[in-house]
Design a protein around this ligand. Structure first.
Ligand SMILES: NC(=O)c1ccc[n+]([C@@H]2O[C@H](COP(=O)([O-])OP(=O)(O)OC[C@H]3O[C@@H](n4cnc5c(N)ncnc54)[C@H](OP(=O)(O)O)[C@@H]3O)[C@@H](O)[C@H]2O)c1
Length: 255
């Protein structure tokens, strides 16, 4: 049974589609119930998937605990948690308001932390769990115009590493996936805003990024979903507190 945050679109929805094709039962969460319901219906129609759609605003203190309680009431256990909710904005550092930093941390960092804290007792009790945090390559290689997301990503890589060590003896495996620029709604919104604030075209702004990617193009959600599903599976059972980057070769380090 797999609980996915940020499941209504983008990387969360792509992962849900792949997992459903492999026969997983799913709980799909985000704020927008209509999109989750449509996805749940699509997956039921195509694969007969048992999928529960839950409206959850992860910036609310009790939202993660509520989502886990409702999931346990419906399915009785949670094997896998995929944290894919996030929406950091970018810009020129000295023009980015406190609110933008705060929102990035409230949703991505605190939302992920609250979800992991909420599932940990049940995963420890059953001596089994898989947690995959969708983080981002800017946590390893901060891009100057994407710093609120980069800082949130670096924080999550630290938590993933430390918690991975704490959870492993209990049979709970915690890891992360670092996508590079990937064509989802989040990326399109980010490019629109950077274009507006700099007075350039969206194509020009996007080229700043694709020109740094050896593969020469953005990733597609399905490319990343395949890696997420692998990291959520027992095939990744010997990987602890680590992250795997899929960014077309953008990140330059070897660490
Ligand atoms: N796409 C990229 O290029 C890229 C690169 C690196 C890292 N990432 C990371 O990958 C993750 C997924 O990104 P994506 O590209 O799939 O983004 P996306 O297409 O914008 O999807 C984001 C998801 O988060 C949900 N969400 C937003 N605010 C929420 C809230 N307050 N509470 C609960 N759910 C909320 C959205 O649904 P609702 O609006 O319905 O709530 C949506 O399902 C993010 O953490 C992002 O930073 C993406």
């Amino acid at each position: 049974m797999v609980l996915i945050t940020g499941a209504s679109r983008g990387l969360g929805a792509a992962s849900a589609r792949l997992l459903a094709a492999e026969g997983a039962k799913l709980v799909l969460t985000s704020r927008t119930h209509a999109e989750l319901d449509a996805l749940a219906n699509e997956l039921h129609g195509k694969h007969g998937t048992a999928a529960l759609a839950l409206s959850v605003d992860l910036t609310q203190d009790s939202a993660a605990d509520d989502a886990v309680k409702k999931t346990l009431a419906q399915f009785g256990h949670i094997d896998v948690l995929i944290n894919s909710a996030g929406a950091s904005q970018g810009g020129l550092f000295w023009e980015i308001a406190d609110r933008v930093w705060q929102e990035s941390f409230d949703l991505k960092v605190m939302g992920t932390i609250r979800m992991m804290r909420a599932v940990m007792p049940t995963m420890i009790a059953q001596k089994y769990g898989r947690i995959v945090n969708i983080v981002g390559n800017t946590g390893l290689q901060p891009s100057p115009r994407l710093l609120p997301g980069a800082a949130a990503n670096a924080a999550l890589l630290a938590v993933t590493r430390g918690l991975g060590e704490e959870a492993a003896p209990h049979g709970v495996v915690v890891n992360a996936v670092n996508p590079g620029p990937t064509r989802t709604e989040r990326w399109t919104t980010l490019m629109n805003r950077l274009a507006q604030s700099s007075g350039r075209t969206i194509a020009d702004v996007e080229k700043d990024y694709t020109s740094q990617i050896p593969l020469g193009k953005l990733g597609e959600p399905d490319d990343i979903a395949g890696l997420i599903v692998f990291m959520a599976s027992d095939r990744a059972a010997n990987m602890i507190g680590t992250s795997v980057t899929a960014d077309g070769g953008w990140t330059k380090g070897i660490g």
